[in-house]
Ligand binder design. Structure first.
Ligand code: SF4
Ligand code: SF4
Length: 462
């Protein structure tokens, strides 16, 4: 097998992480190809979906909306309150495990195709920069040259555009936490009328600007922990973006006797948004963005050689060994994923859009005379929905008990609550000890999904 030459002394292994500690701002070259086209479509769809969610109305609220005032989460028609925080466990572990699964299967597909850092940086900011400042070569030449009027104008225009974009994105972020009418109302008012929201918007704009205009790929290379976990998540059968060293080495210009298919044009390096050379093997800085695949395919097309010198493949596949997509690790992950999904679905199905708590009425716990023992409880019914609902209260009879529910059907407004008293009595002779009281509360239009609450009928112990 041909070996990949080690980087020469002093040569950068990664332009994003040079050994001298200084930052070398990456200026990736433009690339066109099948993966680039697919990523453009993916970015447009993801950004479009993200921007549209606050506008899509499901059950009287945006499809995804965190109401900071009422501390409610509205998710595609379902409402979750602070008491449903436990469901977050399924969301967080589901997202985390989904990422582990996707990485074992298809490498860092999340980083290259769906991570907001990549989507906005590659799909928006870098495109605007190219549009204003020109392609890589022009930008680099201008950056290295003196401050001319044109340089000042283009640099100013791109920074103004970055601030405007960050401002716009910050407002869309804000609309996930304040309703659209409120967001529009706040935009029309002075910042002093809503200092807290203005503060959040200003900080979000500043963070977005700092990240996408300046920090950029360093977030992935220096801060994001996912890249560092990669080594433990990938195995030799996971799909990665890789270089076929058996085919490419030894490198040499076209026509060089004994040379492999890599003509050492470095086109795969100049398009890389983290500045690495994929020919050095799988690296932590590789976001699997596929730009180097498109770049190398373009060169191979020109040389009339087969595409795929740089390609999506497993490390075993690149080394000429058989590929194994189904493997014990993935089977184990799949079993865990299915179990997790079943538990999450069951837990979510148990989630009701109303809550009932059984409380005792203030005052004496019970009264008893020679004829009967009486007790009183109250039900606290909370409607977590965005619309008013009617609930029916049914006490399950037990041990000769009589229940009087003065308001057997109660109307509860949207996100409101009511307290309903229930009076219980049992003949004195029949009362021997305290016993449980079971109450069913059902939504009138959903009688099949009751909430059952249990309390205790209190009385004299002798
Ligand atoms: S683009 Fe392809 S041919 Fe050019 S240096 Fe990279 S691997 Fe070699
Ligand atoms: S090495 Fe290739 S796939 Fe990895 S980040 Fe660079 S261009 Fe993207």
């Amino acid at each position: 097998m041909s070996s990949v030459p080690a980087p020469a002394d002093g040569e950068l292994v990664s332009a994003a992480l040079p050994s001298d500690g200084r930052r070398h701002a990456i200026q990736p070259a433009d690339v066109r190809g099948r993966y680039d086209s697919a990523r453009r479509v993916t970015f447009i769809l993801l950004i479009g979906l993200w921007a549209a969610l606050p506008w899509i109305n499901v059950g009287g609220h945006p499809a995804v909306f965190v109401d900071v005032e009422t501390r409610e989460l509205f998710l595609f028609g379902a409402t979750y309150g602070p008491q449903d925080t436990w469901l977050l466990f399924f969301l967080l572990t589901g997202v985390g495990f989904g990422l582990v699964y996707a990485t074992a299967l298809a490498g860092r597909v999340w980083c290259g195709w769906a991570c907001p850092q990549t989507v906005f940086l590659e799909g928006v900011y870098r495109r605007v920069e190219r549009w204003i400042e020109g392609p890589r070569e022009k930008r680099m030449r201008r950056n290295a040259g003196p401050w001319t009027l044109e340089k000042v104008a283009r640099k100013t225009a791109s920074q103004v555009a970055f601030v405007a974009l960050s401002f716009l994105i910050a407002h869309i972020v804000l609309s996930y936490f304040a309703s659209l009418p409120k967001t529009f109302a706040m935009i029309r008012q002075s910042p002093g009328a809503h200092p807290e929201a203005f503060g959040w918007m200003a900080v979000t704009t500043a963070v977005l600007y700092a990240d996408f205009a300046w920090f950029r790929e360093q977030l992935c290379v220096v801060i994001c922990p996912y890249g560092r976990l990669q080594a433990s998540l990938l195995d030799e059968h996971s799909l990665v973006v890789g270089y076929d060293a058996r085919r490419g080495e030894p490198r040499g210009k076209k026509g060089t006797s004994g040379a492999g298919d890599c003509v050492d044009c470095k086109r795969c390096v100049v398009v890389c948004p983290t500045g690495i050379d994929i020919r050095n093997g799988v690296q932590m800085e590789c976001l699997a963005c596929t730009a180097c695949i498109d770049a190398c395919d373009e060169i191979m097309d020109r040389l009339e050689r087969p595409r795929g010198l740089v390609r999506y493949d497993s490390q075993d596949g690149l080394a000429g060994k058989p590929r194994r997509i189904v493997r014990s690790r993935l089977v184990f992950y799949s079993v865990l994923l299915v179990i997790g999904a079943i538990v999450a679905v069951l837990a979510t199905r148990r989630h009701q859009d109303f809550e009932v708590t059984l409380l005792r009425l203030p005052g004496a716990p019970y009264t008893a005379d020679a004829a009967q023992v009486t007790d009183a409880i109250q039900l606290h019914v909370v409607n977590k929905q965005a619309k008013a609902e009617r609930y029916r209260i049914e006490v399950e009879p037990a041990d000769g008990m009589t229940a009087v529910v003065p308001i057997a059907t109660v109307a509860v407004g949207s996100l409101a609550d009511v307290r309903v008293p229930v009076f219980l009595s049992v003949p004195r002779a029949a009362f021997h000890r305290e016993f449980p009281v079971r109450v069913r509360v059902v939504r009138e239009d959903q009688p099949g999904r009751p909430v059952l609450v249990t309390g205790t009928f209190l009385g004299p112990r002798s």
